[in-house]
Design a protein around this ligand. Structure first.
Ligand code: UDP
Length: 369
């Protein structure tokens, strides 16, 4: 491709790629690396510590920065100050990004942090930001809004619901997300157990899914990194022993294999989830999703077609919806993902966004599709 771009992707500073601490951002970034590389772009990845590039992405150059992980904004108070630890990895990632960025067409940021947003109007490299969470704190809300007022084309969001958390002068650019579907097998069985996947942390609402399983006298299979051990213990203690089967954090290949055997995935966010990777990964395996109509999942799931949406925090309605999952055609779930959330489709949307942002401004900003 003769008009290929020279792109630098900067990973999350929360943990190295493969640690699971970066949550959905890790998979998003990996999918995009594959998608953009297969479109002929030259890709450099900057990532913390022990990160490795996926095995099939040997044409990607990796630069690693060492340092202390950045604390996540996920659990910060609304009025929390901006923090960067001594010897933190975040500024080191951006030292590298700014020097390598001098030669690149664009630098795409995947961290939800103040520093890269603040730097953007002050530096020569063209910095772009895929904002990975909704509103969590006033400091970050302000950083997003201020940059949007400078040039909103430099930022995109995963869903409209996520973007609606922020004060933006123009319609948001929504790029969704993408998955390498060759790694997800469609399974047509309709009689498996109920499943739940995600970081085990209060904003994910595992207690509601566990309560549904208990009310149906079923076992709930749970995959994911236990981020908050005390919370996990409290969830376990609130339901009859054996209700939850803890399966731990599995690599995608194993996760999809086990998840595919479920008759439904429960998704119970207590926050304005930016996207909800696990929702789409389940659908990629043909698994319908029963979820709260809140945040990204509420925008991704088509009620009655790829799963069932119920009013947020209505545990009884979740349990009732679990009784209707056999009405969902598992092929339809996979079909939706193929149409709207493959890594090819995602990479195309991200490329369009970046190209628009690089074009000289004409005073109008239109959403990219
Ligand atoms: N995940 C995984 N193995 C597991 C459970 C989860 O790799 O055993 C990954 C999953 O594939 C998804 C991420 O963890 O990409 C969770 O992302 P999501 O968007 O659902 O939530 P986040 O953690 O970003 O809030």
């Amino acid at each position: 491709m003769n008009n290929s771009l020279n792109l630098i992707l900067v990973s999350t500073p929360i943990g190295h790629l493969g640690s699971g601490r970066g949550g959905g951002v890790e998979l998003t970034l990996t999918s995009l690396l594959r998608g953009l590389a297969s479109r002929g772009h030259r890709i450099t990845l900057i990532a913390p510590g022990e990160s490795v590039v996926p095995e099939d992405c040997s044409n990607i150059t990796l630069h690693r920065a060492q340092g202390i992980d950045q604390p996540s904004w996920q659990h910060a108070d609304a009025e929390a100050s901006i923090q960067i630890p001594c010897e933190g990895v975040l500024p080191r990632l951006w030292d590298l990004a700014l020097s390598l960025g001098e030669e690149a067409d664009a630098v795409i940021n995947f961290s939800y942090d103040w520093l890269p947003l603040w730097l953007t109007p002050h530096v020569k490299p063209s910095l772009f930001h895929l904002v990975s969470m909704g509103s969590v704190s006033r400091a970050m809300d302000d950083a997003v809004s201020q940059l949007a007022r400078w040039d909103q084309r430099r930022m995109s969001f995963h869903t409209h619901r996520q973007a609606s958390d922020f004060s933006l002068p123009h319609q948001p650019t929504v790029v969704g997300n993408g998955f390498d579907l060759s790694g997800y097998e469609l399974k047509l069985n309709t009689v498996g157990p109920l499943g739940w996947a995600g970081r085990v942390a209060p904003e994910k609402g595992l207690e509601d899914a566990a309560s549904v399983a208990a009310s149906l006298r079923e076992t709930l299979l749970v995959w994911g990194l236990v981020e908050d051990a005390r919370y996990a213990e409290a969830v376990e203690a609130a339901v009859p022993p054996g209700t939850i089967q803890w399966l731990g954090f599995k690599p995608t290949q194993l996760l999809q294999k086990e998840l595919g055997c479920c008759r439904a995935l429960l998704n119970t966010p207590k926050w304005n989830e930016a996207y909800g990777n696990v929702v789409v990964e389940a659908m990629a395996c043909g698994v319908p999703v029963v979820a709260y109509d809140r945040g990204g999942p509420g925008e991704l799931i088509q009620n009655g077609v790829t799963g069932w949406l119920v009013a947020p925090d209505d545990v009884e309605a979740l349990a009732v919806a679990c009784g209707k999952v056999e009405k969902i055609d598992r092929r339809g779930c996979r079909h939706w993902v193929e149409q709207f959330a493959s890594h090819e489709v995602f990479a195309r949307r991200v490329e369009n966004w970046v190209r628009q942002g690089l074009s000289s401004g004409d005073g109008t900003i239109s959403p990219c599709r």
